[in-house]
Design a protein around this ligand. Structure first.
Ligand code: HEM
Length: 400
């Protein structure tokens, strides 16, 4: 492959949020020249190429989750930190809230919310797509699934956004992050006690989880707390980024936007391209259970390795013109994106996320002719080494 990267990237701190602001020139460098990189600042490895991430995610004997999936941050009792049989059991218990029947209910509710949100945006001269649609839809859906009282919802989202910041690494676990986590724990305890008082008869996710049982085993109290956190962390900001980032990319390319209006059957493929393109998580980490050699270097037993998903999604070995946003991309001839990970930990909420992005595109293209960032204003991006996406998307909508 031709050397397209004249700049050499050295001494990169992969936990620093700013490292991942406009990162594609850097990712291209590592994809091409240093596909396995040791980050001296944090003492962790990073991989970038698509096939390497697939190999590591599949080799669950050598690369485990139980030592942590964030860099140098210890594990908690949530399912993402379990391996093997323990993980399968715990995931199956949590999945009891994601049955096809639950998903159908969620689709109806998500559609109602999208129709209402797009309708409200059309009443305004100027909108902020992250707050008014992209963030509001997943936040409301998760809050509905968990039956969070109306007056607590905004606070819960604020705590979750703060908790996510702590995922960048130990030095980002500030007092603010710890306070947010403590507030979330108190909120969880209140919800838990309410469910017990009501005899656990509700159809909300927490009640479903409290009742779920496999082979006589139930989720214990600390597992419940951390599954509750994980659902919020995994479900809200990621989907927000996908919806906002997708609409932003489409607003820059009227032809592709119009194509979705003229032929809505293209929307599911566009959803995949959006999720490839935006790639809402920067990485997840694994820990080696033995010395492992790659590219002439050794990842030693006990060392962590970060799977840089957005780099793999732009790996030219897999994707044609990887830096081009193309809703017509033929994934069957290229590769499936890795934004949802792979293997036993493949995102549990992937179908829900796809549904939310699809419904947003359907409603927006049906009712809005064009989306334009007002003159003098700009979109803003999240700066993080854990999550990616737009934090602000001011826009003027032209109704059909
Ligand atoms: C576009 C949106 C989303 C993206 C890009 C995303 C991405 C991911 C990734 C990369 C993982 C780790 C996979 C691995 O380690 O191989 C994951 C796991 C997970 N996600 Fe998502 N996610 C999204 C939306 C959601 C939603 C909506 C929910 C739930 C409401 C959710 C719940 C989870 C859970 C529970 C796990 C842990 C699964 C396990 O350990 O078995 N995610 N997600």
């Amino acid at each position: 492959m031709a050397n397209k990267c004249p700049v050499k990237f050295e001494n990169v701190d992969f936990c620093a949020p700013s490292t991942h602001d406009n990162p594609y020139e850097m990712y291209d460098y590592f994809l091409e020249h240093e596909p396995l990189y040791f980050d001296e600042t944090n003492g962790v490895w990073e991989v970038f190429r698509y096939d390497d991430i697939v190999t590591i995610e599949r080799d669950t004997e050598t690369f485990i989750n139980a030592e942590g999936v964030r860099p140098n941050i210890p594990p908690d009792p949530g399912m993402i930190y379990q391996d093997g049989e323990q993980h399968s059991k715990q995931r199956a218990l949590v999945s009891s809230g994601f049955t096809p029947r639950q998903m159908r209910k969620m689709e109806d509710r998500a559609r109602e919310i999208v129709i209402e949100l797009v309708g409200s945006m059309l009443q305004k001269d100027e909108v902020e797509i992250v707050a008014d649609l992209a963030g509001a839809l997943p936040a409301r859906l998760i809050a509905d699934m968990l039956a969070i009282p109306e007056e607590k919802r905004a606070a819960v989202m604020t705590w979750i956004n703060q908790i996510i910041v702590g995922g960048c690494g130990p030095e980002y676990v500030t007092d603010e992050v710890n306070d947010a986590f403590e507030n979330f724990c108190m909120h969880h305890e209140e919800m838990y006690q309410d469910r017990i008082a009501a005899g656990c008869k509700g159809s909300d996710l927490l009640s479903i989880w409290m009742n779920a049982e496999i082979d006589g085993e139930k989720l214990d109290e600390s597992q419940l707390l951390f599954e509750h956190v994980l659902l919020n962390v995994g479900g809200a900001e990621t989907t927000r980024s996908a919806i906002a980032g997708g609409l932003h990319q489409l607003s820059l390319d009227q032809k592709q936007y119009d194509a979705l209006y003229e032929d809505p059957s293209l929307i599911p493929n566009a959803v995949e391209e959006i999720i490839r393109w935006v790639c809402p998580f920067v990485n997840m980490y694994r820990t080696a259970t033995r010395d492992y050699e790659m590219y002439g270097k050794v990842i030693k037993e006990g060392e962590q390795v970060g799977l840089t998903y957005p780099a793999a999604n732009r790996d030219p070995r897999k994707f044609k013109n990887p830096h081009e946003f193309n809703i017509f991309r033929d994934f069957s001839k290229e590769a499936r994106h890795l934004s949802f990970g792979l293997g036993p930990h493949f995102c549990l909420g992937a179908s829900l996320a796809r549904l939310e992005v699809r419904l947003s595109l359907e409603e927006m293209t049906k009712r809005v002719k064009a989306i334009r960032v007002p003159e003098g204003k700009e979109v803003e991006y999240v700066s993080s080494s854990f999550t990616r996406g737009l934090s602000k998307f001011p826009a003027v909508l032209e109704a059909r």
